[in-house]
Design a protein around this ligand. Structure first.
Ligand code: F6P
Length: 374
């Protein structure tokens, strides 16, 4: 009999192409090692409510190419879950399910938020391993996250398509790409799709600079432009307001002042639609070119994973089974070149990999004449 014998698996946070490939990679390898695999529905909520399903070879067959997650997902956190209209700490309920189900380990597929929740559960005594999933590519400690490659292809394809219509109508098209905090997707797709302007959260922009770049193109005889904007990109003024609200939330000792400041942060963070529409309007005013907005949205997260994501998810998933078998817990499986590694959750939780100012992709963008709004 191998140890551990029974392992739970769940998917948490926003869905991402490659989740099923990873569930399959982990499940098949674990079953191959003689373990029993139990899936929990809808992330940590399913664990708190003990909604489980046995994952056997048959259940895992045929899911490699399917988008989304067969287990369902949610953004629920163990310590802050809405139950019967009130926010409750469900860590105790989760530990109880883990014991009742006779689990020896739990594998959580998710991003930064999931790593944070998993660390909390590890501290509550659970044997946890996480897998790096996010289309945002913003997890520290791993070369790559599954979901990103597929989203990059979709967003690039969209930018390619927007070119011909922008060209025909002599318009500016502002394409909003996902990425609240990190600009990897907008930068990658903007570069690969040849966007004329790329705006990312890491570089607060000045609308006047963007307009100048577009007018320069017009003077050279090119009367259309594509602007790839990450949903979290902000003007310098808005970035300042957000930083101030974050600092207030951080400093506040009084719980109600902290809640108010947190609400301000949340409001400023969710205003991307308004920001993108305002940006398009401002550019129209400043350049005299008609402007349109295209929100790429959830299309970027849907559908079949790319071959690169299937490969990554399969190898990370099967590596998670190796870690469980070796009883290496409290870690995230990381992609390291062609191989894999294990990073302590403490080094991942609550941290975010942003685009650094000296990143080669930014240098390349500037070299090919892309305006970054600064
Ligand atoms: O975290 C991944 C992500 O896709 C972000 O890029 C995006 O801002 C967010 O999820 C949207 O999530 P939700 O599903 O909660 O609307």
């Amino acid at each position: 009999m191998p140890t551990p014998r029974r392992v739970g698996v769940l998917t948490a946070g926003g869905d991402s192409p490659g989740l099923n490939a990873a569930i399959r990679g982990f499940g098949k390898a674990a079953i191959g090692y003689g373990m029993e695999v139990v899936g929990f529905r809808d992330g940590f909520r399913g664990l708190a409510e003990d909604r489980r399903v046995k994952l056997e070879s048959g259940t895992l067959a045929g899911i490699l190419t399917i988008g989304g997650t067969i287990l369902g997902t949610s953004r629920d956190k163990p310590h802050r879950m809405l139950v019967d209209g009130e926010v409750r700490d469900m860590t105790g309920a989760i530990v109880a399910t883990y014991r009742k189900a006779g689990l020896d380990a739990l594998v959580c597929l998710g991003g930064g938020g999931t790593a944070k929740s998993a660390l909390r559960l590890a501290r509550a005594g659970l044997n946890v391993v996480t897998l790096p999933k996010t289309i945002d590519n913003d997890l520290v400690g791993t070369d790559a996250t599954f979901g990103y490659a597929t989203a990059l292809e979709i967003a690039t394809d969209a930018i390619d398509r927007l070119h011909s219509t922008a060209h025909s109508h002599h318009r500016i098209i502002v394409a909003e790409v996902m990425g609240h905090r990190a600009g990897w997707l907008a930068l990658g797709a903007g570069l690969a799709g040849g966007a004329d302007v790329i705006l990312i959260p890491e570089i607060p922009y000045r609308v006047a600079k963007v307009a100048t770049a577009i007018r320069r193109r017009v003077r050279r005889g090119t009367n259309f432009s594509i602007v790839a904007v990450a949903e979290g990109a902000r003007s310098a003024e808005d970035a300042k307001a957000l930083a101030a609200a974050e600092a207030r939330a951080e400093r506040a000792s009084d719980p109600s002042a902290r809640e108010t400041a947190r609400a301000d942060v949340a409001l400023l963070e969710t205003q991307h639609l308004g920001n993108t529409l305002r940006l398009a309007h401002q550019l129209e005013q400043l350049t005299g070119l008609e402007s349109r907005v295209s929100i790429l949205g959830y299309i970027q997260r849907g559908g079949t994973p790319s071959p690169m994501d299937r490969l990554l998810a399969t190898r990370l998933g099967s590596a998670a089974a190796d870690l469980v078998r070796a009883e290496t817990f409290g870690v995230m499986v990381a992609a390291r070149g062609d191989g894999t590694g294990a990073v302590p959750l403490e080094q991942v939780a609550g941290r975010r990999k942003l685009v650094p100012p000296d990143h080669p992709w930014l240098a390349a963008a500037r070299h090919v004449g892309t305006c970054l709004g600064d």
